[in-house]
Design a protein around this ligand. Sequence first.
Ligand code: SAM
Length: 299
Amino acid sequence: MGGDLPLQLTLEGLLRLLPGVVGKRESVIRDSFSGPWVDAPAYTAPVVWKGREVPAVVRSGDHKRIEQWEEEIAITATVRDHFSWLRSHQVTDRERGLVRKQIPPHYVALMHDEIRLPHGFVGTTSVTSIDIHDIARSSRTYGMAGFFIVTPLLDQKKIVQKLLNFWRSESAHDYNQDRYAALERTHLVDRYQDVIEKITNLHGKPPLVLVTSARSTETTPLEPLSYHDQGRVWGQERPVLILLGTGHGLSDELCARADYRLLPVEGYSDFNHLSVRSAAAIIFDRWLGINAKLPATSA
Ligand code: SAM
């Protein structure tokens, strides 16, 4: 090919932006990739084709209902298939709420059990109060439905419970409402299996589990996920659980029970030793965060 086809496409894409080229300006504004959303699908006759039917709402003649349906379907398709595009836009508060409804519930678990220890051992680690506070705040910021702290050790549970009891008290609410709100969705459990059961009971299906690690090569044969792969996970319509490790990281046995491993967070240096709370904030932002290129437009 001599490049004529790409040139024609470029011309079509540019010329339709000129006033008068397309009859209805509205059609241009609603083109896929003109704003945060892709366009809703367009239908034509016949009503049934190869077993696929034009949705009843489209044939209802009720323009308000059709418009609402088109908006919903456009948002669903964008969240599922073009999240990287969507997140590159600043959206209104209303749109943010609509997107939120399309993202499946996400949970986080900070593991202090089933952890790699020095000399090849697997076991438990101690809790760190700053991790609890900071991961709770990051979890709330990125809309996590819950943050689980997993430790089977009685003395460690006492420390966490004391902290949670304080931040759930009335005096804590009066002292710092944001901190109170951040810790509201934090739960203390004994084992990984308790996290899975709690999420399964709430949603009627088990979560898809995403493990995290600083290592780029894992011994477990888990499918790797990049930070552009949200659609692969969200399309399965199951809750999502992100697992964070402590010590020397999550044990191989624990990883073997998961579904995916997120690629490590890396920079262009030869040092990669993030604290779990820093890693958590970056991971949440890369997986769920808005990363707008430009401020919102009124178009
Ligand atoms: N060498 C361990 C590893 O690779 O998992 C480091 C453990 S680090 C102290 C504790 C946890 O922070 C990890 O289990 C992981 O959840 C998270 N973490 C730390 N650095 C990370 C990175 N660069 N990418 C992804 N997660 C990271």
